[in-house]
Design a protein around this ligand. Structure first.
Ligand code: UDP
Ligand code: MG
Length: 190
């Protein structure tokens, strides 16, 4: 299996690149943010709970996100591999994902991290907010909180994979095709 963690701060371009990677490598895309938003739209209990956190730019509690992610993986037993987009976002999530994948006799192949400077992220998120309908992309204080949560709780997840020699940082500034080819080289040379 090829299991990739696509990593990076909010607005780094994970969703855009994930869509291209699943096509090229025949993988299943699991974006925890997208799954939460689908649940919010469907007004499920999970969606109602997630909304209280997402509206503030906070993280949904680990046990909720981990449980949801595992049940999504279990829905696609025939998958050739996964792109994990927006997950794991904390070290306990990374540890749980490791255990879960090893119970299935597989593991993370590589974390690829899109590197983008903070000013550029804020610009991109506000631009996306104009037509995405995402409330968390339209409010500068929510955006600032998401970036701060990323810096405090999420960025350390890179160390977890780096310690296993499974971490590659990629320049996330440039045109979409250029960044895509950087990602593909990292994956192919892993
Ligand atoms: N979120 C979360 N855990 C996740 C994924 C998303 O708590 O594993 C919440 C969090 O509040 C985050 C929001 O959902 O700010 C949007 O997540 P998404 O991954 O879509 O945002 P991105 O970082 O890609 O802009
Ligand atoms: Mg996203």
């Amino acid at each position: 299996m090829l299991n990739i963690v696509l990593f990076g701060p909010p607005g780094a371009g994970k969703g855009t690149q994930a869509a291209k990677l699943i096509d090229k490598y025949n993988l299943v895309h699991l974006s925890t943010g997208d799954i939460f938003r689908a649940n919010i739209k469907g007004e499920t209990d999970l969606g109602k709970l997630a909304k209280t956190y997402i509206d503030k730019g906070e993280l949904v509690p680990d046990e909720v996100t981990i449980g949801m992610l595992e049940s999504e993986v279990d829905k696609t037993p025939e998958a050739k591999g996964y792109i994990f987009d927006g997950f794991p976002r904390t070290t306990p999530q990374a540890e749980a994902l490791d255990k879960f994948l090893s119970s299935k006799n597989t593991s993370i192949s590589l974390m690829v991290a899109l590197d983008v400077a903070e000013e550029e992220l804020i610009k991109r998120l506000l631009e996306r907010g104009k037509d995405s309908g995402r409330a968390d992309d339209q409010d500068e204080s929510i955006i600032a909180n998401r970036i701060s949560v990323y810096n405090k709780q999420t960025s350390v997840v890179a160390d977890f994979y780096n310690a296993k020699n499974k971490f590659q940082k990629i320049n996330g500034v440039g045109d979409i095709e250029e960044i895509f080819s950087r990602l593909c080289s990292a994956i192919d040379n892993r």
